[in-house]
Ligand binder design. Structure first.
Ligand code: PHE
Length: 369
């Protein structure tokens, strides 16, 4: 009798595992459509590589529930509410644009569900929050790296800095760059635009009148690509420098030859992985997608593994306990480097500088904190 009961319960357990009743639900809040859809797609590819290598945690299947924020700030908050209240996820991987993580992060914070951004670099994303974390470095560092690179490597004395006024990422990164570049003796002129703009000729005409040694655009790929095209048409042959938001295949698709010579600071280059697991990631990614992974793919991979590791250490799927474990992440080996989450929810890691060369994202150098 006892044996029969045991057999029945084992069978029930197997059935429930097979039908996902016993899965651990993790929300994914990314821009899968809209202006910056390439970011969501690349990051999700990386998350899926991690899931295919490590599909379970605490003996249960990890189920990803992907919610599209449509590249929109209001939706960015809505999807986090929905994932928590309707899908009952235990944690969220997201979001990508800093303005989206700021919107979604306030909801996660209020509901005490941990949210781990793979890629949002604006310092305000985690500030004052106990349930919001990130797998990447922050923009005071990224801006510093750009200023050092402009000054030491490009030997720039004068920079025109473009700012996308509707993106917290761009506003912050522009300011951090300006602070460090001027401290090194550089001179800065400023221009402004916003996501969705198509015509930059007025700003560019004004900018080129300053004869800059470099044009710094800490924005996202759609506008950088168009801006580069228009600047080349106006006769600018000098370098562009951008931030991590430049990297997407669409930069080259939209920008064509004009984006050759765009340098940008980033988290990862598949030709120069930082760690052993980074090499494994690149191999598996190539096997699955027949191409090299982007920085966002590597960060997505790391975010999934960080979260899985936190659930393991918490030995629980309780959101409070997962958040607590995330707070205690130390020296975790990811594809983008060793990750320690500090008491502010942030990460300190090296940055790379890449350049677009013959339409390829080519490694230039690594700059350590
Ligand atoms: N750092 C960007 C932000 O905070 C997001 C991003 C990271 C985009 C890496 C592309 C690559 O908005």
């Amino acid at each position: 009798m006892k044996k029969a009961l045991l057999l029945i319960s084992i069978a029930l357990l197997m059935v429930s595992v097979m039908f996902g009743a016993e899965s651990v639900k993790i929300g994914v809040a990314f821009p899968m459509t809209g202006g910056i859809a390439a970011f969501g797609q690349m990051t999700l590819n990386g998350v899926k590589v991690a899931q295919s290598l490590y599909p379970t945690v605490l003996g249960k299947k990890i189920e990803l529930i992907v919610a599209d924020n449509r590249s929109d700030k209001t939706e960015a908050a809505n999807v986090v509410s929905r994932l928590i209240d309707y899908n009952h996820v235990v944690a969220i991987i997201g979001e990508i644009a800093s303005s989206h993580s700021l919107a979604g992060g306030s909801i996660a914070e209020k509901k005490h569900v941990p949210m781990l951004s793979p890629a949002s670099t604006n310092p305000l994303v985690t500030q004052g929050k106990h349930y919001v974390f990130r797998a990447c470095f922050i923009d005071p560092f990224q801006g510093h790296v750009a200023a050092v690179f402009a000054h030491n490597y490009l030997k720039a004395k004068t920079a025109v800095v473009f700012t996308d006024v509707v993106q917290d990422y761009s506003v912050g990164l522009a300011n951090f760059f300006i602070k460090d570049f001027t401290a090194m003796g550089g001179k800065v002129y400023r221009e402004f635009y916003q996501s969705g703009d198509q015509d930059f000729s007025a700003q560019l005409t004004d900018a080129l009148g300053k004869h800059p040694d470099v044009i710094y655009v800490p924005g996202y790929y759609p506008e950088i690509a168009l801006m580069a095209r228009q600047a080349r048409q106006l006769g600018y042959t000098g370098p562009f420098l951008a931030g991590d938001g430049a990297e997407a295949p669409e930069l080259v698709k939209i920008g064509g030859d004009a984006v050759n010579g765009v340098y940008y600071t980033s988290h990862f280059n598949a030709d120069a992985p930082f760690t052993k697991i980074g090499k494994e990631f690149v191999a598996k990614y190539k096997e699955m997608y027949k191409e090299s992974p982007s920085a966002l793919a590597a960060l997505g991979f790391d975010a999934y593994l960080l979260l899985r590791n936190a659930i393991q250490r918490a030995n629980s799927t309780n959101p409070e306990k997962i958040a607590e474990a995330l707070r205690n992440t130390k020296h975790f080996e990811g594809a983008t480097g060793y990750i320690t989450i500090d008491k502010y929810g942030n990460t300190i890691k090296s940055a790379v500088v890449n350049v677009v060369k013959n339409g390829k994202f080519t490694y230039v150098t690594t700059i350590n904190p």
